[in-house]
Design a protein around this ligand. Structure first.
Ligand code: S3P
Length: 449
């Protein structure tokens, strides 16, 4: 069976361009694959390991650029973190409140999770001074969403544009208890405040408008913190000054990475793919519900719980997708999967509307604008809405020159669209995929042969 020709060339300024020439053939996506470790859980395992007492052992860590940024920052503050690999990483923590003042600027790279979660810890280390920066993208992403609530707890943080953009300077303080009603459903905001609350004498509560991913809550409990969760009000209360003890963390595969293969299998005729060891925490499975509404043929097999997180194998087969509406409380549970859902919608019968997703404008790129222009270049009928996208499915896509805007999820979404497009697609700045998926192109080649 003919397969598309996949090649990587050097592009401008150390970038890479990925070329996928689909030759209008049966590219059926088949086989049995594993995916890299969950990015959110990998960050949290490194951070909690770094502030716990004793040793944390992490199996299955994601080796992407983002967790590497977290490891570099916490090593600079005294945690001993062994060389990163996906088998076993050992973290020797410093104990709560004992992060050292680093000798240099902490660089979070492209990683919003590193910067926002770390800020909660830095702000609560009295009398220590920290400076934090990131790459071009991260320096333009809003930090006021964590700086404002931290300041209400007594934090001292300074940044550009009225204390809203990195680089940031932090002078640690003894923080006060707080009940924070977050205006956005953001796990980064929730986790930042909870981590700040670790050093507080008293209780810290975060209430969010809809439930966001709960990996911090699960892992904090596993490390020994006391948390009360009220599902009725989407509130979590942490009791301050616990003793955290190092644990063994087994990181499941990242459902946000599995999403690319779920959509590839769903849209490419003849596909039958098994993705093993995928984290299926209910706060992350909005993608499965959305693809279910679109009548994708996806089954969960071998469901189990591994180190406190639900895990399953997912099988996807090709089917004719139908349009649907994606809005409301499901959005935080599929927030990172909207670019690849837009690709699915381009191949669905009818008009898919995605709403309540304005948060996508402040991700690694403005994902609403970028998906509308880049998928549009491939012939998709896609319109940008203020807080979402409208996609009229059914146009056949054609290869085009497109750009990831250095956003990992855009690069990979466009690559999946290219599998079902006629002719050659060239994706500029495709190296961005390594932020969350270092072996993406290797797996792409494997599922097509
Ligand atoms: C993340 C939370 C989400 C998500 C990001 C990872 C986390 O961000 O988009 O990729 O690990 O907490 P927000 O909290 O900004 O929604």
């Amino acid at each position: 069976m003919a397969s598309p020709i996949i090649s990587i060339q050097d592009g401008a300024e150390n970038s890479q361009q990925l070329s996928i020439n689909s030759r209008n053939i049966e590219n059926a996506v088949t086989g049995n694959i594993t995916i890299p470790g969950d990015k959110s859980i990998s960050h949290r395992a490194l951070m909690l390991g770094a502030i716990a007492e004793g040793e944390t052992i992490i199996e299955g860590l994601l080796l992407g650029e983002d967790p590497r940024s977290t490891a570099v920052c916490f090593r600079a503050m005294g945690a001993e973190i062994s060389e990163l690999n996906s088998q076993q990483v050992i973290v020797k923590g410093v104990g709560i409140g004992n992060l050292q003042e680093p000798q240099d600027i902490l660089d979070a790279g492209n990683s919003g999770t590193t910067m926002r979660l770390m800020l909660g810890l830095l702000a609560s280390h009295p009398n220590r001074l920290f400076t934090v920066t990131g790459d071009n993208s991260l320096r333009s992403r809003p930090m006021s969403r964590v700086i404002k609530p931290l300041s209400s707890m007594g934090a001292s943080i300074w940044g550009r544009k009225g204390n809203s953009l990195a680089p940031l300077a932090v002078r640690g303080q003894q923080l006060r208890p707080m009940h924070y009603h977050s205006p956005i459903a953001s796990a980064q905001v929730k986790s930042c405040i909870l981590l700040a609350g670790l050093m507080v004498d008293g209780q810290t509560t975060v209430t969010e408008p809809a439930l966001s991913r709960d990996h911090s809550e699960r892992m904090l409990k596993a490390f020994g913190a006391t948390l009360d969760i009220d599902p009725q009000t989407n509130s979590v209360t942490l009791t301050g000054q616990p003793t955290l003890r190092g644990q063994k963390v087994i990181v499941p595969g990242d459902i946000s990475s599995a999403a690319f293969w779920l959509v590839a299998g769903a849209i490419v005729p003849g596909s039958d793919l098994l993705i093993t060891n995928v984290g299926v925490n209910p706060t992350r499975t909005g993608i499965l519900e959305a693809l279910g509404m679109m009548e994708a043929d996806i089954t969960k097999e071998n469901e189990r719980v591994v180190a406190g997180e639900p895990v399953a194998d997912l099988r996807v087969k090709h089917s004719q997708l139908k349009a649907c509406e994606i809005s409301g409380d499901i959005i935080p549970r599929l927030i990172d999967e909207i670019p690849i859902l837009a690709v699915a919608a381009a191949f669905a019968e009818g008009t898919t509307v995605i709403k309540d997703a304005a948060e996508l404008r402040v991700k690694e790129s403005d994902r609403l604008a970028v998906m509308a222009t880049e998928l549009g270049k491939m012939g998709a009928n896609i319109t940008e809405l203020e807080d979402g996208l409208e996609i009229v499915g059914g146009n056949s896509l054609r290869g085009a020159e497109v750009d990831s805007f250095s956003d990992h999820r855009i690069a990979m979404s466009l690559a999946i669209a290219a599998l079902n497009a006629t002719g050659e697609t060239i994706i500029h700045r495709a190296e961005a995929a390594s932020i969350s998926y270092p072996n993406f192109v290797t797996t792409l080649t494997a599922v097509l042969t």
